[in-house]
Design a protein around this ligand. Structure first.
Ligand SMILES: [Zn+2]
Length: 686
């Protein structure tokens, strides 16, 4: 290893530790000590270093948490040992019966105590660590064979890529050489609600519950989509490699959880070691009462025999259900009430969203009056009729859902629901794309669509116009001040003064907020336009690739689909949108109003070598001097003739001459041709 490379390796190791420490503080301890800007700076430096020296990239590098290529399918993998399923207990008596059965096999269970953990409604996964490094992560699958989702799991920043205490820093209670950490991937309720809002705004189908959202996000073929989803993780079990016969430095489940914590695996702080079953039952009741304040959905607690040495003695029933653990389930948050009416919201994309108006009912401490009905197909499948007595479910902060009608309670007075033929707002005949469950109002000037379209345009992730919420938007529409996005930019403070609730200061402030939205980057404008299937992520990919609205508008569908991360459906939707004359006119009006339609240079810089100065010396293996210069310039870099302190990299080939010495004196990084290519690629992936 040359001195240069050794120094780079040391620096890379230092950066990796710093970044992972920051991840741990932020995600696990919830006590960050590093600013976002400093964090980004470290990550950028590490990426540049690994770009220049690809041999330094390790599987536990934080750069591996993002940007992996999409896979064509998820591979099947075999777990070290089966992931068991749990037997259920619904009543305290069933829990006591469980203990009685166990005590007949191993009398010590009654005295050994229990550990109670929360049963999170997520997705069980097994993380395989070798020599402390995360090498594989898989879904539960059928318990024996799961799906390899390693690259997706790496995007969850609180999952350690390297266990603390592993070699070379072997500490007391070090992890075995080969083991699986088992735990639950879940989506917090707050993140779930935001994700659904974002998806609804982008015209995409929403997820029914956090569990589905977590599963759908983890089983993505493209890890970048997973990286965009608010997934979290709690570990709860250690499975050493049965072949290796390594002993786990823990005697009880409580010690297992402490061990995981010491290895920096996040462990749910909500847990309790109980001496006897009555304590378990009391704790479970307390958890059930307090579950509303948790930001994740739980459906019970998991009770485990505390002493690990009793587990093999208790054994497994039917090779599937271990006797040492049981799920003690809560009664679901269900209630019955009457379905008074089915009403319809018309969204921004024209999607008709049916919802249930209910006779107010108390569920889990909240009064429920409305519930989602997803789509018309769902109503038909459940055979919901207006006037039905229905079962309603509510979980935490998730929007309540109508589960099913209680048909025995029908009186014959119930009315079947016919999906509307016409838009309930503008009367235009609705359309139903054959491959979708949704029905749409196709009228681009439908007042409901325009209203929600404007609300979306002004929203935080889009143009971020402060003060332009639903109420003000409705006022602007009612007063005839706007009919479309571009009209916003013609509003003067004196126009607003006529509106209720507006004074001089508030009028000026709104106009200023609208004015300042003109400088938003292209990605936000693109998202704000509300093109179907173009969410925040797709908008960023398109904006970075094309750079200008003009280039994007001119791109045929094949070219759009060629953008990494953009699927065919999105490509076609974008091309179709720009194909419409009314939309092209809208873009022209926005442009004339002074709205920025370009992606700023500093973002473009992430695509390439912008801001970097190179000097080339010697003979490169495959590129002539001229070609190398063109390559660097095409990726945004600058090529200079002489090595100075302002030089970022020296690209050196054979027979380099005095420039190489000069660069070494100044401590300037030296790249080979292939390292130069890597650098351009690495930065393109950011
Ligand atoms: Zn309509």
């Amino acid at each position: 290893m040359s001195g240069d490379l050794a120094a780079a390796a040391r620096r890379a190791a230092e950066l990796r530790r710093g970044i992972e420490q920051a991840n741990y503080e932020y995600y696990v301890l919830d006590a960050p000590t590093l600013s976002d800007a400093d964090y980004d700076r470290l990550l950028r430096e590490l990426k540049a270093l690994e770009g220049a020296h690809p041999e330094l990239v390790t599987p536990d590098s934080p750069t591996q948490r993002v940007g992996a290529e999409p896979a064509s399918q998820l591979e099947k993998v075999r777990h070290l040992a089966p992931l068991y399923s749990l037997d259920n207990a619904f009543e305290a008596d069933e829990l006591r019966a469980w203990e009685d059965r166990n005590a007949r096999i191993v009398p010590e269970v009654r005295q050994g105590g229990y550990v109670v953990e929360l049963k999170i409604d997520g997705l069980a996964v097994a993380l395989l660590y070798e020599d402390g490094v995360l090498v594989r992560g898989a879904t539960r699958g059928n318990g024996t064979i799961g799906e390899d989702v390693t690259r997706n799991l790496r995007t969850i920043r609180e999952i350690p890529l390297r266990l603390e205490g592993a070699p070379p820093r072997r500490l007391e209670g070090a992890p075995p050489r080969r083991l699986e950490v088992r735990g639950e991937v879940y989506m917090p309720i707050s993140g779930f609600n935001q994700l659904n809002e974002r998806r609804a705004a982008a015209g995409e189908a929403t997820f029914a519950n956090p569990r589905n959202a977590a599963a759908g996000s983890l089983r993505q073929l493209d890890p970048r989509i997973t990286a965009d989803r608010p997934l979290r993780f709690f570990g709860y079990q250690i499975q050493p490699d049965p072949e290796a016969r390594e002993r786990l430095p823990a005697r009880t489940q409580a010690e297992v959880l402490d061990l995981l914590t010491r290895w920096r695996v996040p462990v749910n702080p909500e847990r309790r070691a109980c001496r006897e079953l009555d304590e378990v039952i009391a704790y479970a009741a307390q958890v059930e009462r307090d579950r509303e304040r948790l930001d994740y959905a739980i459906d019970g607690v998991v009770v485990k025999v505390a002493r690990l040495d009793l587990w093999p003695e208790l054994g497994v029933v039917g090779e599937r259900e271990p006797r040492w653990s049981v799920a003690y389930k809560f009664a679901p948050d269900l209630a019955t009430t009457r379905l008074l009416a089915i009403e319809i919201n018309v969204g921004r994309t024209g999607a008709l969203n049916p919802y249930a108006v209910l006779e107010p009912v108390e569920i889990g401490g909240a009064t429920v009056k409305l519930a989602t009905l997803h789509n018309f197909e769902d109503i038909a499948r459940k055979d919901l009729r207006v006037g039905d007595t229905v079962l309603v479910k509510r979980a935490g902060e998730v929007i309540p859902q109508v589960v099913a009608p209680i048909t025995e309670k029908r009186t014959g007075q119930e009315r079947r629901f016919a999906p509307p033929e016409k838009c309930p707002v503008c009367g235009t005949p609705v359309e139903r794309p054959t491959d979708e469950v949704m029905a749409y109002c196709p009228n681009g000037s439908c007042p409901a669509r325009i209203f929600w379209g404007l609300v979306h345009f002004a929203s935080q992730d889009a143009m971020d116009i402060r003060g332009l919420g639903e109420r003000t938007t409705q006022q602007l529409l009612d007063a005839g001040l706007v009919r479309h996005f571009a009209d916003l930019y013609r509003i003067r403070p004196e126009d607003l003064l006529r509106l209720e609730g507006f004074a001089e200061l508030s009028s000026r402030k709104l106009v200023e907020a609208i004015e300042s939205s003109k400088t938003r980057p292209l990605a936000r404008v693109l998202y704000a336009l509300g093109i179907r299937h173009v969410g925040v992520h797709a908008a960023q990919l398109l904006a970075r690739h094309f750079g200008t609205m003009e280039a994007l508008a001119a791109a045929p569908p094949q070219e759009l689909a060629a953008v990494h991360g953009i699927g065919e459906t999105t490509a076609e939707a974008v091309a179709a949108w720009f194909g419409r004359a009314a939309n092209r006119k809208l873009i022209e009006r926005l442009s004339r109003a002074g709205v920025n339609l370009m992606e700023p240079v500093e973002r473009a810089a992430r695509l390439a070598l912008s801001g970097l100065t190179f000097v080339i010396t010697g003979t490169l293996p495959s590129m002539s001097r001229k070609e190398a210069t063109a390559f660097i310039e095409r990726h945004g870099g600058r090529v200079a003739g002489a090595v100075t302190r302002a030089t970022d990299y020296l690209v050196a080939g054979e027979d380099p001459g005095s420039k190489l010495e000069r660069a070494r004196e100044l401590g300037i990084r030296i790249l080979s041709e292939s390292e130069l290519r890597q650098l351009a690629l690495a930065r393109a992936d950011e």
